[in-house]
Design a protein around this ligand. Structure first.
Ligand code: GLU
Length: 314
């Protein structure tokens, strides 16, 4: 039997918070318990908030939490050639086109509703007329993937099946950016494929992305991994844990002297490992984890949780 491979793929933004930590800890515990290899990949191309110098801070937090036993495969920015190569293959198949339209121009198209906080649906009317195959020859340009209207089923190991329509959700999405680097969607597929990842464990906010990524796997003749999209941690306003909920960064608890066993204890309580909050070490988390007891609903981070964390400091 071939060994399964999973990966931790943090974006070094300096903002590792309790929500990310829960996903990473579950990923680590699953891999350790099931005997999967666990890779660590720094996603340092992923968006404007990335600060390469934050990578060391992420590793420190992992050490602090007891996340260990991973093999580092480096930073995405170390070598852009695999992404360029994928772009050339997609271009040779006539699946991509350059697009110089600005966000404002796309927004002013008649049918361009916003999908999420940052995302726009690209209206098919703005697609260039068919014709010449388009080469990948200008790295400082956005390139989009041609997306057909079809429904895709994602069979997730944790959430079960769901159906997605990337054509309606986002339309032709950007896979190469004018910053001269691949977009998140392309980078993650190229890396997971070439690094032999068989099991992707990550937050539920990325479930719609899985459908986009399946399109890329298909276009690149690769097999998608198994997906495990874990529920998010949200604030009492029902929104995804973020700055607006106060400083829930692990580093800030750590700097305030909160011991890691408290943070792990809270995460364990959120995972159904313990019936109530209590300090726990990483080994206890690993041994107690049972995905059947992990609620599929988002977890709400409350003021009580925050106070409980701070009730023991060193
Ligand atoms: N780097 C991404 C993040 O930190 C994770 C991407 C993924 O797991 O596919 O949100």
């Amino acid at each position: 039997m071939t060994t399964r491979v999973s990966r931790l793929a943090p974006s070094p933004t300096g903002a590792l918070h309790l929500g990310n930590a829960r996903t990473f800890l579950v990923n680590w515990a699953l891999a350790r318990r099931e005997g999967w290899r666990l890779l660590l990949r720094m996603e340092d191309l992923d968006g404007p908030r990335v600060r390469p110098e934050a990578a060391e801070g992420v590793l420190e937090v992992f050490r602090w939490l007891g996340i260990d036993g991973y093999e580092s495969v480096g930073n995405q920015s170390d070598d852009l050639e695999p992404y360029r190569d994928a772009m050339r293959r997609l271009a040779a198949r006539g699946l991509v086109y350059p697009c110089a339209l600005t966000r404002r121009e796309i927004e002013s198209a008649p049918r361009a509703p916003h999908v999420g906080e940052h995302e726009l649906r690209f209206p098919v009317e703005l697609r260039p007329p068919d014709g010449e195959p388009r080469a990948f020859d200008a790295e400082d340009t956005n390139y989009r993937l041609l997306v057909d209207p079809e429904r895709l089923r994602i069979d997730d190991e944790f959430v079960g099946s769901s159906t997605h329509a990337p054509f309606d959700d986002v339309g032709d999405f950007v896979i190469w950016t004018r910053r001269g680097v691949p977009s998140y969607q392309l980078a993650v597929v190229v890396d997971d494929a070439r690094q032999g990842v068989t099991d992707v464990v990550r937050g539920a906010d990325l479930l719609p992305s899985a459908a986009r990524q399946v399109l890329l796997y298909r276009a690149l003749d690769r097999t998608p991994p198994r997906w495990w999209h874990l529920p998010l941690v949200i604030g009492t306003d029902g929104r995804r844990l973020a700055k607006r909920h106060g400083d829930t960064r692990l580093n800030s608890y750590r700097e305030r002297g909160v011991p890691a066993r408290r943070v792990i204890g809270l995460l364990a309580f959120w995972c159904g490992i313990t019936p109530e909050r209590g300090p726990l070490d990483p080994d206890g988390f690993l041994r107690g984890l049972d995905l059947a007891r992990l609620s599929p609903d988002p977890v709400t981070f409350t003021a009580d949780d925050h106070a409980w964390l701070l009730s023991e400091t060193t």
